[in-house]
Design a protein around this ligand. Structure first.
Ligand SMILES: [Zn+2]
Ligand SMILES: [Zn+2]
Length: 336
């Protein structure tokens, strides 16, 4: 039986394949990457050598994914090992046509890169209505996604709407809203239900008002997700603890077990049989903890212990030493 799959968002600096090499060195089961600079609209085309090196590494690691199939079957037989996170610049809900069209064009590029690299999941933040009516914003996201599916017909990459904390006029905090958007996209695209799913972020749920701080409240939230979204449609989890308290709408990720969620709240999510073969990606702070150990190594060990039902003793990573080692890397951009 497949064990629960844990991974991390890793850097592609120096070449796409470096993220796979790092994932292997860290002993991870899956990985998330940006396939282009997430702070820029344009990206140079992927080079043939870069794609070949990436695909070779996927095969060597047993992570290549070429079998189509229905959502449930594919998850258990060949679980998704690689997730792409789209650039934060895109806003499919923008009332500004120029910005929205630019966002759609960039998302097509994101999907094309996933297609070239054999990446089965593309996670993105649905968007922000800015100063416009939120329902109109939601509709713009739906139409944009149907357009993306049409422009990439024949591709297999699944668009995963990620839940957000709901700061300002951002769309996608409530499960009901995410579920409604998915249904409408599928209706508009006349099918395509295999290519629209969700990514749930634990920090975003908690800071967005879905309490994950106890086993009971986290279980209730998991059941609510099953009843609204359907866990079969949850294709990816972002496992992050939260710096902000429940309902704070603060999108700040903390080390696993060191935030306002705590180890208890992760339990139901990392032990759920329905989510076992779903990639669980950490977007927790990078750097080294006491003794020079990689923070990802410590955080993933905590999650794995929790998934086995074992108690976890926390020696905090969030020490002044960690803060110092991070400040030596001013170029590192946190993933949200
Ligand atoms: Zn996330
Ligand atoms: Zn976040």
């Amino acid at each position: 039986m497949l064990l629960p799959m844990f991974g991390s968002h890793l850097s592609i600096a120096g070449g796409m394949v470096n993220a796979l090499v790092a994932a292997r060195d860290l002993g991870l089961d899956c990985v998330q990457v940006f396939t282009k600079n997430q702070q820029q609209w344009a990206a140079p085309d992927l080079k043939d050598e870069e794609i070949a090196a990436w695909r070779r590494a996927l095969v060597e690691m047993g992570w290549a994914m070429d079998k189509p199939g229905n959502a449930a079957a594919r998850r258990d037989e060949a679980p998704a090992r690689v997730v792409s996170h789209a650039s934060y610049l895109a806003n499919l809900a923008s009332p500004d046509d120029t910005l929205r069209n630019r966002s759609i064009a960039m998302m097509v590029v994101e999907l094309n890169r996933c297609h070239q690299l054999g990446i089965p999941l593309l996670v993105f933040h649905p968007g922000s209505a800015t100063d416009s009516d939120p329902i109109a914003g939601e509709r713009r996201i739906v139409y944009a996604c149907a357009e993306l599916l049409a422009q990439t017909a024949g591709h297999r990459t699944v668009l995963c709407l990620e839940n957000v904390v709901g700061a300002g006029s951002t769309i996608g905090r409530e499960f009901e809203q995410l579920a409604r958007m998915r249904e409408q996209i599928i209706a508009l695209a006349r099918g395509g239900n295999e290519r629209v799913g969700f990514c749930l972020d634990t920090c975003h749920m908690h800071a967005g008002g879905y309490d994950l701080s106890t086993v009971e409240s986290a279980t209730r939230t998991l059941e609510h997700a099953e009843n609204t979204l359907g866990l079969v449609n949850v294709r990816c989890l972002h496992v992050n603890d939260s710096k902000g308290p429940v309902g704070s709408r603060l999108d700040r990720h903390a080390h696993i077990g060191e935030g306002t969620i705590g180890m208890q709240g992760f339990g139901p999510w990392v032990t759920s049989p329905q989510l076992r073969s779903v990639p669980k990606i950490m977007e927790t702070p990078k750097g080294e903890g006491p003794g020079g150990v990689d923070c990802d190594t410590v955080n993933v060990a905590r999650l794995r212990a929790s998934s086995r039902g074992e108690p976890v003793t926390i020696t905090p990573l969030a020490t002044p030493q960690t803060a110092k080692s991070q400040s030596r890397n001013p170029k590192k951009v946190p993933v949200s």
